[in-house]
Design a protein around this ligand. Sequence first.
Ligand SMILES: Nc1ncnc2c1ncn2[C@@H]1O[C@H](COP(=O)(O)OP(=O)(O)OP(=O)(O)O)[C@@H](O)[C@H]1O
Ligand SMILES: Cc1cn([C@H]2C[C@H](O)[C@@H](COP(=O)(O)O)O2)c(=O)[nH]c1=O
Length: 215
Amino acid sequence: MTQQQGLFLTLEGIDGAGKSSHIEALEALFKAQGRVVTRTREPGGTPLAETLRTMILTQAMDPLTESLLVFAARRDHIVQVIEPALARGEVVLCDRFTDATFAYQGAGRGFDNAVLSTLEQWVQARDGALLQPALTLWFDLPPETAAERLAGARLPDKFESQPVEFFRRVAEGYAARAAAAPRFVRIDANRSREQVWAQVEAALVQRGLVGGVKP
Ligand SMILES: Nc1ncnc2c1ncn2[C@@H]1O[C@H](COP(=O)(O)OP(=O)(O)OP(=O)(O)O)[C@@H](O)[C@H]1O
Ligand SMILES: Cc1cn([C@H]2C[C@H](O)[C@@H](COP(=O)(O)O)O2)c(=O)[nH]c1=O
């Protein structure tokens, strides 16, 4: 039997946009197609990267330190989890990846995009190219609505405690990334869960990544 090609798919959006609410159904959808799925997240996905995640999400630090820790976690995640899973022909579903760094540290914190691009080159170099997702589902939701959804849902972490202006900049960062890369699919997240899921499923079907099977 020929091995299937690995597929790297990421979910992006501001905090509270609804990514995590759909990742389980996405996993089920690919499994229903006979695919093996590695579901993971950033920052995190390995013991070392999860330790770094705790630091990043709980401790105050300057934007360069934050960026270096995010990319250090990413490097370990790529080497230990993402690349091996892709080499085995699996579907890697990752809750956030480098677009989040450009959106949060770049647009949100105002950190230098050129430095982030250099770190990206170092960390994601792969056979003379850059490891990038094949598809990025961008959950686009107004920051005010995201804040309403998160209010009372859980205790806010360091990023979730930021004012709405921060998330406006992060959302603009995502919009700029999406305009520059055809791998992005905008999901209108300001809809019911069912309507959001219908857009996700349609995006995958349109690109021939899954058949029309319901999970
Ligand atoms: N379409 C929707 N309509 C209303 N509420 C929603 C919808 N989708 C998700 N929610 C709720 O909004 C909150 C945030 O959703 P979720 O945790 O999936 O967002 P997220 O993008 O993963 O956030 P984070 O990145 O901060 O983890 C949750 O309480 C969830 O139940
Ligand atoms: C990958 C990545 C993440 N962040 C921020 C974005 C979120 O606020 C948290 C992760 O929390 P989630 O509930 O798992 O979404 O980390 C960041 O600032 N930079 C990054 O590169």
